[in-house]
Design a protein around this ligand. Structure first.
Ligand SMILES: Nc1ncnc2c1ncn2[C@@H]1O[C@H](COP(=O)(O)OP(=O)(O)OP(=O)(O)O)[C@@H](O)[C@H]1O
Length: 338
């Protein structure tokens, strides 16, 4: 549905040029929730804003349903933009207007007749769960309610695409989850393609189907959320995955066990879906005569299923440890020495 083809973006200034996006090619399938994650300055906002041409590429093409949006201007660009809603970290609401008036605003711009507008606003208020708050002003709403107004306004013109620019970064964890659930429902029930940018792996884990990891203007890794979770390749991706699967003190725990049992081998076992049911540790004990310490375990629930990770330290002589490796390989369990 959305294709970036060899897209680059250079911000030129008198002082110095900034190459914000470097030859990015990416395909975002129709109906997906596609997450783009990266640290500050990676180029996420610039890439996202090229989808609705708030930023133009310096070279390359952004193609939506076969249409090169970066070659449009005037009326044809305005028309294409009606198909793309956007929500923002700080909501960007009109503070002097009520909830209903904020949501109505894009419909007025689109010159929809008044009675149709009112009907549509009522539908949207119900969809985002703000019934009863129609006449409130943004200042009287919580952060989560403000974002619900932002979502309703973004959906007013029935777009096929919703862009979310750090839409939950200003919200507390509980409100974040309620907004993520709303986005998931909108994707599932209305079939809207959602492209979101974030620096939080939790957001990717909670609702995205696919993810692209950005670093210094490049996409360094992309794939299904489960693949990227289980087999992160790039250093930046590994750091993001650690946000989810490790406790703050995992490194300290590993250090402590290494000191206490210097000959032990620390390994990480990855379990995807039903693999978690395999009694692999008891098999290692009974067949190799090894002992083990469990250092840390976690299960992450992604939109594609669950992913479990176990850090264990295996204790035994060299022959026993070698045999354990052979068994792990034969069981087709994903594992690695840490
Ligand atoms: N209008 C602009 N003029 C000059 N440089 C810009 C402009 N917009 C962005 N940049 C630069 O482009 C690079 C990418 O910025 P961008 O905002 O896309 O990153 P980001 O990953 O979204 O980061 P953040 O989460 O901090 O917004 C940064 O080095 C930024 O300073």
């Amino acid at each position: 549905m959305i294709h970036f083809e060899n897209v680059s973006k250079i911000f030129k200034s008198k002082k110095q040029d900034v190459e914000a996006i470097k030859d990015v090619s990416l395909h975002i399938p129709k109906g997906s929730i596609y997450g783009i994650i990266g640290y500050s300055g990676a180029g996420k906002s610039t890439l996202l804003r090229m989808i609705n041409q708030l930023e133009q590429p310096s070279s390359g093409a952004v193609i939506i349903d076969g249409l090169k949006i970066n070659e449009l201007s005037g009326d044809s660009l305005r028309k294409a933009r009606l198909n793309i809603g956007m929500i923002f970290q700080h909501f960007n609401l009109l503070w002097s207007r009520t909830v209903a008036q904020n949501i109505e605003f894009p419909l007025k711009v689109a010159k929809m007749p008044k009675d149709e507008r009112q009907k549509r606003v009522a539908e949207l208020i119900e969809l985002v769960g703000l019934t009863g708050r129609e006449k409130a002003y943004p200042a009287q709403l919580s952060g989560g309610q403000k974002q619900r107004v932002g979502i309703a306004r973004a959906l007013a013109t029935n777009p096929q695409i919703l862009l979310a620019d750090e839409a939950t970064s200003a919200l507390d964890p509980e409100t974040t989850d309620s907004i993520l659930n709303l986005l998931k429902t909108i994707n599932e029930e209305l079939g809207i393609t959602i492209v979101l940018i974030t620096h939080q792996m939790h957001v990717i884990k909670a609702i995205c189907h696919d993810v692209a990891v950005m670093d210094s203007g490049e996409i360094v890794e992309k794939g299904s959320v489960m693949d990227v979770f289980v087999r992160p390749q790039h250093q930046t991706t590994k750091r993001f995955v650690r946000q989810i699967v490790e406790d703050e003190d995992t490194d300290a725990v590993m250090e402590q066990f290494r000191d206490q049992y210097p000959s032990g081998k620390i390994i990480q076992l990855n379990f995807v879906g039903t693999q978690a049911e395999k009694p692999i540790l008891s098999k290692l004990v009974s067949e190799c005569g090894i002992e083990f310490n469990i250092l840390q375990g976690s299960i992450a629930q992604t939109s594609e299923g669950s992913y479990g990770r176990l850090l264990v330290q295996l204790l035994g002589d060299e022959a026993a440890l070698n045999k354990a490796e052979t068994i792990l390989n034969a069981e087709a369990i994903e594992w690695q020495v840490i």
